[in-house]
Design a binder for this molecule. Structure first.
Ligand code: ZN
Length: 202
């Protein structure tokens, strides 16, 4: 399965001249929600991710995603693994489990995101699950931005990766983009102007 092609044809992998939230510029931008716009694509990606997890032999009882971005990916993965699905959400910036979701002591969880950049939100969700007695057995995402090491890839973890190194991380593909400071950006030098993705009201 060519994951990059699926992202491109869903307009989830944009090519242009983008201003990232870090302040850097890039030729590419991942609009992860777009790849999940079609439920059949979401289901197919969930099944592909589930295949890797099954192959690794890792067993879990439930999938948990940090809201909002991870919810659709986590739901699709849980469906494919025939597991329950819950989500954590931020309340006053703190990742929290609400809505009557309960965790049994020793219950095993996979934390699932749509995309892992540094893995900060995934790690926060994991801490909340662990605090409530659950055990996090693995991390998963549809896309890896290339800062964390994932199962079945040569990509090495960088120091900004917040996922624990002793837990397996599953993702469908690595999306590694070159980033430039505004001063050294070749796209700026070429005369174009960086745009903020989603700045047209979406
Ligand atoms: Zn630029």
């Amino acid at each position: 399965m060519n994951i990059e092609e699926i992202y491109k044809s869903s307009n989830a992998l944009l090519e242009g001249h983008f201003l990232l939230s870090s302040g850097n510029h890039s030729k590419f931008y991942l609009q992860s929600a777009k790849v999940l716009e079609n439920p059949k694509t979401a289901k197919m990606l969930g099944e592909e991710l589930a295949k890797q997890i099954k192959e690794s032999g890792i067993k879990a009882d439930c999938v948990c995603s940090p809201a909002l971005g991870g919810i659709l990916a986590g739901f699709a993965l849980a469906d494919a693994l025939d597991l329950n699905f819950i989500f954590t959400e931020r309340v006053d910036k703190k990742m929290t489990l609400r809505r009557g979701f309960e965790i049994k002591k020793g219950q095993k969880f996979i934390i699932c995101e749509d995309i892992i950049t540094t893995g900060g939100s995934a790690r926060e969700a994991a801490r909340e699950i662990e605090k409530l007695g659950g055990e996090v057995v693995a991390y998963a995402a549809l896309a890896n931005r290339g800062f964390c090491a994932r199962y079945d890839s040569e990509v090495k973890a960088q120091s900004i990766c917040q996922l624990p190194l002793d837990k397996q991380f599953f993702a469908l593909d690595d999306f590694i983009f070159e980033m430039y400071s505004p001063e050294t950006c070749p796209l700026c030098k070429g005369g174009s102007k960086a745009i903020k993705p989603g700045s047209r009201g979406n």
